[in-house]
Design a binder for this molecule. Sequence first.
Ligand code: ZN
Length: 377
Amino acid sequence: MILLKNVTLTGKLTDVLIGGGKILAIGSYAMDERLMSQIIDGSGKQLVPGLIDGHVHPIGGGGEGGFATRTPPLSAHDFLEGGVTTVIGLLGTDGWTRTGIDLLAHVRGYTIQGIRSFLLSGSYAVPPVSITKSIAEDILLINEVIGVGEIAINDHRSTQPTVHELARLASQARIAGLLKGVRGTMNVHVGDGKDALDLLEEVVETTDIPITQFLPTHINRSERIFDAGLRWAKKGGRIDFTTCTTEAFIEEGEIPAGQALQRALAAGIPLRQITMSSDAGASLPTFDESGKLLRLETGKPTSIFDAVRDAVQHGVRIEDAIQTVTSNVAEAYGISGGDIRQGERADLLLIDDALQIDTILAEGHAIMIQKKWLLPK
Ligand code: ZN
């Protein structure tokens, strides 16, 4: 058993007892410290849930510059060092040379290494690629599959789906989700085309599919998409900001995710409708003026906590920023987790005064204690 002593949890000092991968007790009890395999002093540190990254590319992504531009797979270590203890993996642009089976095998490796792992079936394309005969069967038959995505709209790389095609796919995922007990959420990649969220809005206006069935992402990619995202959120829709970025992207008009969060809250969007995800594993290309590829970087899971810190530095309360990368994500996909309660998985982080991750526990295993990394790198 591990005892976290004197941690600050929602403003109050307390102790947390961990055993068998779960939170056994929260409170200041007289405990026999000889029974503990480890006692971690959390004085002056805030206890928050491990992060849930709702949009990642475990087996890499991209490749739009030819086969030499495919990004490499991510390891469990890549996520854990960013404080991410739950991932929702997906394919992306390329659902042909990268497959759902490969993705499934890869995230099962994460599960063995202490990361709770889920999948979305499909890729950018409509009609979608699937692992079994259909997206609905993928959701129903494969434990890890909880929805569909990332389906691309408003992008030259999308398959230019119609309103009807998008509605049909969303309803298949929704019905399978209802039968399984998850939401069957559709994660929607919003590109930088000319129609912004028009297609999604039309689906919601012309069918009975609830707006919360969709989670449009990359909403901070430009001022124009951000404005469309605020309009969507004012109708009750959820929006997701992408935390991976480059200086070149920001120069071209991307809003850093932490600042987008602050601005969305200031515009009156309810906190529970906002999530942030890393898009880790995606390719982040930089082109010169003639369109020649200069360099290709890979999005990192550590960007998600960097965005939390940036949001706090822009005036967002830390508990609110954390909510967008924990319980709000769980709620958007209809999975458990994202809060700290007795009986829950012990996926926990300690955050110090300087807003740095100090200690990481994944499924009750100490991964990092007081900034000392305990796993082989
Ligand atoms: Zn995307």
